[in-house]
Design a protein around this ligand. Structure first.
Ligand code: ZN
Length: 346
């Protein structure tokens, strides 16, 4: 069977006609199969949603109980038949509950990876390489200039700054779903055991991570805490909050931002980030190309991000490759005023 007869990009997202579903649809559909809980992939209003339990829970937290007509949870490694195809979920290493979706029909297997990273993350199941015929990869950081480096080193930078400026507060911008919890877990792994403060917008999802067994140490809400008591502390906040009036409640704050985009110094300067932390939940260039190699796929479809360089790299390796031109992804930006796609959840 030709791959394009199994999965096809349509305005609503990736459509699987023989299976009767869409993957990560950007418009309401009858049956949605969803890779992970970020808002550009997991939207409300579908007739039914098939996803991991964590992704369903995150959608419920964000959108309320009636986010879909029906829901069905699927575990990693579990296989389900939908119409004429079978699908299987595999860990994507991106955020808690994130999955790659393998769609098999007759003798062809296509893996839609959603967002993924191959770097270690103490808050979610590690990325799993899935052998397939067609691999659909994201390309958020699909340029050779993007090499993230070890996240531990960035956390050391943060803790060194906290030690250096005990009279100042440290304010770390991080996306509420995934990045914030990963940064906290990394800070704990580095041996920092003082309370960590949270912007209230992060409370629900962070408590949810804890309820799924992710240990994050003592967390406190910043609301109601005296300004002077925040000297020498670390607070996690959504990126948008770190550049607004909310920061006045902190004594002389050092503004940090944890994102793969912080590799670009101009980007950090432009948003007034004093302490850029290159920590990403997406694969960097080396991760993308290594994963494409390891998948064994002869055909690569590239989506949401910097498709061109990756398509070119694939073709130079003798692989069939094309951009998918899907619209509507890469804008989990929590309203932080940067153009969609430029400063998305990253
Ligand atoms: Zn994502």
């Amino acid at each position: 069977m030709r791959p394009q007869d199994i999965l096809m990009p349509v305005p609503a997202g990736l459509c699987c006609k023989p299976g009767g579903f869409h993957i990560d649809p950007v418009r309401p559909v009858e049956r949605a199969v969803i890779t992970h809980g970020h808002s550009d992939h997991a939207r409300p209003g579908h007739g039914s949603v098939l996803a991991t339990q964590e992704t369903l829970d995150m959608m419920r937290l964000r959108y309320g109980d009636n986010f879909a007509g029906r829901t069905q949870a699927i575990a990693y490694g579990e296989q389900i038949k939908l119409g004429n195809v079978s699908i299987k979920f595999h860990p994507a290493g991106h955020v808690l509950g994130s999955a790659q979706i393998a769609v098999s029909c007759q003798d062809t297997c296509i893996v839609a990876s959603g967002d993924y990273k191959d770097a270690p993350d103490p808050t979610c199941a590690p990325f799993e390489v899935v052998r397939c015929d067609v691999f659909i990869t994201e390309a958020t950081f699909g340029l050779p200039v993007f090499r993230h480096g070890p996240a531990d080193d960035e956390i050391k930078k943060l803790l060194a700054s906290v030690a250096l400026f005990p009279e100042r507060a440290h304010l770390v911008g991080a996306y509420s779903l995934g990045k914030a919890q990963r940064v906290i877990a990394l800070i704990r792994a580095a041996g920092y055991d003082a309370p960590i403060y949270l912007h209230c917008a992060m409370e629900k999802i962070t408590r949810y991570y804890e309820s799924r067994g992710v240990a994050l140490g003592e967390l406190r809400l910043v609301r109601g805490v005296k300004k002077s008591d925040l000297a020498g502390t670390i607070t996690l906040a959504p990126p948008s909050a770190t550049s607004d009036i909310w920061t006045r409640r902190f004594p002389d704050p050092v503004t940090a931002f944890a994102s793969g985009w912080m590799r670009v110094r101009a980007r950090a300067r432009q948003r007034g980030v004093e302490l850029p932390l290159v920590i990403s939940d997406h694969a960097d260039w080396d991760g993308l190309t290594a994963t494409i190699d390891a998948s064994g796929a002869g055909e690569i479809w590239v989506t949401h991000g910097q498709e061109d360089a990756l398509v070119h790299w694939c073709k130079a390796k003798g692989l069939t490759a094309r951009p998918l031109d899907l619209v509507g992804y890469g804008d989990e930006n929590e309203g932080d005023g940067m153009p969609a796609g430029e400063d998305a959840e990253a």
